[in-house]
Design a protein around this ligand. Structure first.
Ligand code: ADP
Ligand code: MG
Length: 585
């Protein structure tokens, strides 16, 4: 039999891997105790001190003595209770583990007239117990973490790194519990002072800064017993890493591979390559459908019905972003068709100083027809392009200022300046058009003047051969024409400009990269469409001004105008506000 002290130290290896883990356990206990306010103090990256003070229900003397024992918990009694556990803790091992590898002080009281209790534990040995005056609540002080476990101490990183982890824990708790007032003091200075009873958005702004506000959109979706709420970034807001992705499952900062997968799928094709959305996502589902007891730190959970979770998260994201294409899973709930939640809203910044400051030439809209027939002809650069419907456009008003670098198109809109990559934009327009008409099966088909043959290496020929049915269905007239050779006779009208050879190469590239492999029919269609649009745009000659304006108008009508189908940006938007800031006005 191992002595309790040894067992605790071993458990500490799992539960308390670094200072951030201590903070997580202490803050979770405070939340479980019903705190309305939690104050956190840290010094030297948590090495010297981690202190958490709450105004929760506190403990009487007996419980205070018990709580540092291994397997002492007030939260469950039976294994079955784990099935529907509503608290963050339940294993009863955190305090015992922490107290065994630190100099630990606990001060706690239940309020009223009862005396409070103070106790000191060093390396797992209870050294002092005393009555003390103490308001309702609990304060726990953890000093010199791992002072008696040198092997562990060696694994601690720089204060800066440990602090980074500590702040992530604090942010997680702050976002999971906007109702609780919180503060974070690091090495003597306040990093955060968060007011209680905050709305999620307020809390997000307090933690992440005001510039995320415009880029976020609310999520509210329910499918098959899984509720998904919170806020996620529109495609204009993205980061180089995932550090601003917060996922909560039943109010617990946790994740699961299936959630990460669904996030990626939900955003598929909307963000530049290698960029990541900003996410504050809250999943609520029956406690019995989540297994939180997978790992001692409970950071990862398992779902009983993971398909429902996947579909709910994907549906939620696509709904919030206003993408109404049918996602990969065929059983996925499509959001109710509704007035499209348009992505242009982040361009209409409320409270902006009034622009324009001088009179822009404006062109009034005369309905859909005006766009196509009445677009200004070459040379009249001052004319505005007015997309037909105010509801579905990217900007209320915009004009083509000109072209720079022999390629990029400069636009002025009502809220700022846009630099557009016409190739990416064109790919996007064709792509959405193709998938829309594709959905009606009868893609308008255009015959090539001369059928072309394409010969491929055997392996690639086999790959293409496997997808011939899909190509036919989408309107490509491609058929086998002898060994490893195919004949291309016609193309969907939308991408008729594509050279057959380039088209086949692009399609093979998509299938080779595996982006479409193993996925549903819809994903394979999307891959073919992506390839076809890229090939079509490659074959384009220089656009005239009139064509550019048409392109701008067409792009404004797209569901996802910010990127090309491969994820490259199509637009870079700079608001007048940002310009003002940069010019120090
Ligand atoms: P668990 O949270 O899994 O129950 P812990 O070791 O974290 O295990 O805590 C043991 C017990 O100590 C808890 O069940 C709770 O009763 C009590 N406790 C811990 N922290 C606090 C606190 N801040 N306020 C009130 N009670 C607490
Ligand atoms: Mg706990």
């Amino acid at each position: 039999m191992l002595s309790d002290n040894v067992a605790n130290k071993i458990a500490a290896g799992e539960v308390v891997e670094r200072p951030a883990a201590v903070l997580k356990e202490l803050m979770e206990n405070a939340v479980d105790a019903g705190a309305r306010r939690i104050d956190v103090t840290i010094s030297s990256g948590g090495r010297k001190l981690i202190q958490v003070q709450d105004d929760g229900r506190g403990m009487g003397r007996d419980d205070a003595l018990l709580c540092i024992e291994r397997h002492a918990t007030s939260k469950i009694r039976d294994v079955d209770d784990i099935e529907c556990v509503g608290t963050l803790g339940f294993r009863g091992e955190a305090l015992a583990a922490i107290a065994s590898v630190s100099r630990f002080k606990l001060t706690t009281g239940t309020g009223g007239n009862a005396a409070g209790t103070r106790l000191a534990v060093n390396g797992g040995k209870l050294e002092d117990v005393a009555d003390t005056g103490c308001a309702r609540g609990t304060a726990i002080e953890v000093r010199d973490l791992f002072y008696n476990v040198p092997a562990r101490r060696k694994f601690l990183r720089t204060d800066q790194t440990e602090l980074g982890h500590l702040r992530t824990v604090f942010n997680n708790q702050a976002l999971a519990n906007p109702a609780i007032g919180m503060s974070l003091t690091v090495d003597g200075s306040f990093l955060h002072r968060l007011a209680p009873d905050a709305e999620l958005l307020e809390r997000v702004i307090e933690l992440c800064g005001p510039d995320v506000r415009e880029g976020l959109v609310e999520v509210s979706f329910e499918y098959s017993g899984v509720k998904v709420g919170g806020m996620i970034s529109r495609p204009v807001l993205h980061r180089a890493d995932r550090s601003e992705q917060y996922v909560f499952i039943n109010r617990r900062a946790a994740s699961a591979p299936v959630v990460m997968y669904a996030l990626r799928e939900g955003y598929q094709g909307t963000l530049p390559n290698g960029r990541h959305p900003v996410i504050f996502l809250y999943l609520e589902l029956a406690a019995a459908d989540v297994d939180v007891n997978v790992h001692p730190t409970k950071r990862e959970v398992r779902f009983r019905r993971s398909n429902a979770v996947r579909d709910a998260v994907m549906g939620a994201i696509r709904d919030a972003l206003g993408v109404h294409t049918r996602p990969a899973a065929d059983n996925l709930p499509l959001p109710e068709p509704q007035a499209p939640r348009v992505l242009h809203r982040q361009l209409n910044i409320a409270g902006l100083p009034q622009f324009p400051a001088f009179d822009y030439p404006r062109k009034s809209s005369a309905g859909d027809g005006a766009l196509h027939s009445g677009a200004p002809s070459g040379g009249t650069q001052g004319d505005a392009v007015m997309p037909p419907s105010i509801e579905t456009q990217l900007w209320r008003w915009c004009r083509v200022v000109g072209q720079v670098g022999g390629l990029y198109v400069l636009l002025e809109t009502d809220d700022g300046m846009v630099v557009m990559d016409p190739h990416a934009a064109h790919e996007r327009v064709l792509y959405e058009r193709m998938l829309k008409t594709g959905a009606q099966a009868e893609n308008a088909v255009q015959a090539l003047l001369m059928a072309e043959t394409v010969t491929l290496p055997p392996r690639e020929a086999a790959l293409l051969g496997r997808h011939l049915d899909l190509l036919t269905k989408m309107g490509f007239g491609v058929e086998v024409f002898g060994d490893n050779t195919f004949k291309v006779e016609s193309l969907p009208a939308v991408v008729a400009g594509a050279a057959p050879r380039a088209l086949v190469d692009e399609i093979l590239l998509e299938f080779k990269e595996g982006r479409a492999a193993g996925h549903g029919m819809r994903r394979r269609e999307e891959a073919v469409a992506r390839a076809a649009c890229r090939a079509a745009v490659k074959g384009r000659s220089k656009l005239s001004l009139q064509e550019l304006e048409q392109l701008v108008a067409d792009l404004a009508q797209c569901e996802m105008p910010y990127t090309c189908p491969h994820g490259r940006p199509a637009l870079i938007f700079t608001s007048f506000r940002e310009l003002e800031r940069k010019f120090g006005r």
